[in-house]
Design a protein around this ligand. Structure first.
Ligand SMILES: [Zn+2]
Length: 220
């Protein structure tokens, strides 16, 4: 049996929709939902239907996209999560860092607190190792195989990057181990330390480029 659903955003009257079972995005049970109103999408072929789950333990409201021409509901579309952009130097230096960081950021937005920190810890490892490989391309295999802590101790000469990276690892390791050593620190502190590492690495790369661009010999 069809139900008449009025459009709320256009002057057309509304749409008749067959009352069919669909999956609730909250409880994931398949029920015929209550349908209240529709917003016609700008392409004219689809509309958003405001539904209410009829499961007695759920009852959440949600919208589902309905294809007007095909007369059917479309698959559940996930809202897009935010992603963080990094400057070109960092994108070039370590595309893996950018990808892993944003996967961790997605986990954070989904409140997946047990794996968010582990993701940021992994992102940090790729950032630092890719940075070190860019400084010492001849030692690539050795750097890849080494523990991150040893890379920082043995391969980073800049004192500031070294001390910040070391602390980022301490907190990062806390995210992967059973017992926390830094109980008063959390993912926000780890992210702040990653930002500091990024800051020093970006400054170091820019400085190195500028010095290559303006060698001392030219001033004679
Ligand atoms: Zn439900």
């Amino acid at each position: 049996m069809k139900k008449y659903i009025p459009f709320v955003n256009v002057s057309d009257n509304g749409i008749h929709i067959e009352r069919t079972s669909i999956e609730c995005p909250y409880c994931h049970k398949i029920h015929i939902p209550e349908m209240y109103s529709a917003i016609r999408y700008k392409n004219g072929n689809e509309c958003f239907i405001l539904c209410e789950c009829t499961d007695k333990d759920c009852g959440f409201a949600f919208t589902r996209v309905y294809n007007i021409r095909k007369e059917e509901f479309m698959d559940i579309i996930q809202a897009k999560l935010k992603s963080r952009g990094f400057n070109d130097e960092v994108e070039k230096l370590s595309p893996s860092f950018v990808q892993i960081y944003n996967e961790a950021y997605s986990a954070e937005q989904m409140k997946l607190s047990q794996i968010t920190g582990v993701g940021y810890r992994k992102a940090l490892e790729f950032l630092i190792k890719d940075y070190l490989i860019s400084l010492h391309p001849d030692k690539e295999d050795c750097i890849k195989a080494k523990f991150l802590g040893n890379c920082i101790k043995e391969n980073i000469s800049d004192a500031k990057i070294k001390s910040v990276a070391q602390r980022a690892i301490w907190l990062g390791n806390d995210e992967t181990h059973y017992v926390r050593k830094w109980e008063d620190k959390d993912v926000s502190h780890l992210k702040a330390l990653i930002d500091l590492c990024l800051h020093w690495i970006e400054a170091e790369i820019s400085t190195r480029k500028l010095l290559e661009d303006m060698p001392e010999g030219k001033n004679r």
